[in-house]
Write a protein that binds this ligand. Structure first.
Ligand SMILES: Nc1ncnc2c1ncn2[C@@H]1O[C@H](COP(=O)(O)OP(=O)(O)OP(=O)(O)O)[C@@H](O)[C@H]1O
Ligand SMILES: [Mg+2]
Length: 443
C-alpha cells in the first residue's frame, strides 16, 4: 500500500469518532495519529510532523478551542479542521476568530469529510515553500529534548551530531543546571547505540567506599558482605553509554580503575585478578574545575587527558539569552498542563524581566521560576508572580550599574558644563575645595 505523504492528527475524546475518522482517512491512505485529549495532541505535534489537524471542540480538561489557539500560535501554517457535534454560534465564532480553516458538523458523510480535507490540504500546497519552512522550524528550535536557537546551543548540537554514532570518550563541562545531563542523554539516544542501556551514575551521590564496587562490580568475598559475584554499572551498560556525573567527586582509587578502563577497555572487578573486556562509551561531566584539582593533586592528570578526548562546553544561560523565550514556552506548557489543565501565557513585561535576569542557576533555576509562577497565576504570568530577587533587577539591571568613579566623573563634567567651566563656582556647588577639584580632574 502506497501511503500518501500527509500526516493527519485527529483529536476527539470520543473513541468511536476517532476510529471512524481513522477508518475513512486510512481508506484514502493518509497516515494518521490519534489523540484522545489536547494534552496528548500537543505531545504528538511536538514529536512529529503533522500536516493537518482535525479536532473536536468540546473535550474534558482542555477544550478544543484552546488547542486551536495553541496551534495558531505555534504552528501558524498548520491547517485546522474542526469536527463538532452541535456548534453553538459562539463556538463557531470563537473558532473562526482563533483561526480555524474549516468546519464540519457531525454527523457528516464520508464525502463531506473528503471534501473538507482536500480543501484544507489544497490550500497548503499553494503556500509555496511551506514544507521547507516547516522542516526548518522543527530542526532549528529543538534537538531531541534540547531546546535552543542560540549559536552556543547550535555548536553543542553540531558536536553531538559528530560523536553520537561512535564510542569516543566525551567530557561535558558547564555550570550547574546548564543541561549537561540532557546533552549526555541526547548523545546516547540520538545515536545508533540508543537501544543499548544508558546508565547515569552520580559519582558525588554514592558513598566513596561503595562507588568502586557499584561501578566495577565485585567478586564473592572481596569484602565483608560480598556474598556472591556481582556486575557493576560498567558491565550493565554493555554496548551502550555510561554517564559519570560529578566525576570530580570520584576517589583516587576509582580514578585509577577508570584510567585502566579507558586505556585497556577492560574492567577489573573489586577482588578479582583477571580483567573483563568491555564495550561501553564513557561520558563524564563536572561543574568543578578539574585543572585546579589536578594542581592540588586530587585529580589524576593522566585520567583527565583520557577523559577529554572530545570536550563539550555547555554555556551558561546568561550567554544565550535568546533561548529564554523558547525555554519559558516549554516550561509553561509542561506546568500549565500539569497544574492548571490549560495553557498559561506570560505577559511581555514578565518575559522582559526573565530575559534581563542573569540566571546563576541556569535552566534549572528558570524552570523553577516558571513552575512557581504557573502555580501563582491564573491564566497569564505577570511580573507580580515572579520572585523578588528577579523583580529587583527591573529597576537596576546589572549591566547599567557603574563604579562610583565613573559616575563622579560624569557628574563633575556636568557641573563644569553648567558653570561654563568656572572651577571656583563648580567646586562650591560640589562642596569641595578648588584643590580637590583640580586633583580629581587631573586623575
Ligand atoms: N536546552 C535545554 N532545553 C530544554 N530543557 C533543558 C535544556 N537544558 C536544560 N534543560 C532542563 O533543565 C534541567 C537541568 O538540566 P540538567 O540536569 O541536564 O543540568 P546539569 O548541567 O546536569 O545540572 P547539574 O550540574 O546541576 O547536575 C533539566 O530539567 C533539563 O531538562
Ligand atoms: Mg547533572
Amino acid at each position: 500500500m502506497q501511503l500518501r505523504k500527509e500526516n493527519i492528527l485527529i483529536v476527539d475524546d470520543d473513541i468511536n469518532i476517532l476510529e471512524l475518522l481513522q477508518r475513512h482517512l486510512q481508506s484514502w491512505k493518509y497516515h494518521t495519529y490519534k489523540a484522545v485529549s489536547v494534552k496528548e495532541a500537543v505531545q504528538i505535534l511536538r514529536d512529529t510532523n503533522i500536516d493537518l489537524l482535525i479536532t473536536d471542540l468540546k473535550m474534558p480538561e482542555i477544550d478544543g478551542t484552546e488547542l486551536i489557539k495553541f496551534v495558531s500560535e505555534h504552528y501558524p501554517n498548520l491547517p485546522k479542521l474542526v469536527v463538532t457535534g452541535y456548534p453553538s454560534i459562539q463556538d463557531s465564532l470563537n473558532a473562526i476568530k482563533s483561526g480555524v480553516a474549516d468546519y464540519l458538523t457531525k454527523p457528516f458523510t464520508k464525502n463531506e469529510l473528503k471534501e473538507a480535507i482536500d480543501k484544507c490540504l489544497d490550500r497548503i500546497e499553494n503556500l509555496s515553500g511551506y514544507a521547507f519552512a516547516k522542516a526548518e522550524t522543527k530542526k532549528d528550535t529543538a534537538y531531541g529534548e534540547i531546546i535552543g536557537i542560540s549559536e552556543k546551543i547550535n555548536d553543542v548540537i553540531q558536536i553531538i551530531e559528530r560523536v553520537k554514532d561512535n564510542k569516543a570518550t566525551i567530557f561535558i563541562k558547564g555550570e550547574s543546571g546548564t543541561g549537561k545531563e540532557l546533552v549526555a542523554r541526547a548523545i546516547h539516544y540520538q545515536g545508533k547505540f540508543s537501544r543499548a542501556p544508558f546508565i547515569a551514575v552520580n559519582c558525588g551521590g554514592i558513598p566513596e567506599n561503595l562507588l568502586e564496587a557499584e561501578l566495577f562490580g565485585y567478586t564473592k568475598g572481596a569484602f565483608t558482605g560480598a556474598e556472591k559475584n556481582r556486575d557493576g554499572f560498567f558491565q550493565a551498560a554493555s554496548g551502550g553509554t555510561i554517564f559519570l556525573d560529578e566525576i570530580g567527586n570520584a576517589s583516587k582509587a576509582v580514578q585509577t580503575r577508570l584510567l585502566r578502563v579507558l586505556q585497556e577497555k577492560e574492567v577489573v572487578k573489586v577482588g578479582a585478578q583477571k580483567a573483563d573486556k568491555i564495550d561501553v562509551r564513557i561520558i563524564a561531566a563536572t561543574n568543578s574545575n578539574l585543572k585546579e584539582m589536578i594542581k592540588k593533586d586530587s585529580f589524576r592528570e593522566d585520567l583527565f587527558y583520557r577523559l577529554t578526548v572530545v570536550e563539550i562546553e555547555v554555556a551558561p544561560l546568561r550567554e544565550r539569552k535568546e533561548d529564554i523565550p523558547l525555554l519559558v514556552d516549554k516550561f509553561l506548557f509542561k506546568y500549565g498542563v500539569e497544574y492548571k489543565d490549560r495553557f498559561i501565557k506570560i505577559s511581555p513585561e514578565a518575559m522582559a524581566v526573565l530575559k534581563r535576569y542573569e540566571w546563576p542557576g541556569n535552566i534549572r533555576e528558570l524552570e523553577n521560576v516558571v513552575q512557581r509562577a504557573v502555580i501563582m497565576s491564573d491564566k497569564c504570568i505577570e511580573i507580580e508572580h515572579l520572585p523578588h530577587n528577579l523583580k529587583f533587577n527591573i529597576d537596576f539591571p546589572e549591566s547599567e550599574l557603574q563604579p562610583l568613579k565613573v559616575i563622579e566623573k560624569k557628574y563633575i563634567q556636568k557641573v563644569l558644563n553648567a558653570t561654563n567651566n568656572n572651577k571656583t563656582r563648580a567646586a562650591e556647588i560640589l562642596g569641595i575645595t578648588r584643590k580637590t577639584l583640580r586633583q580629581k580632574l587631573e586623575s
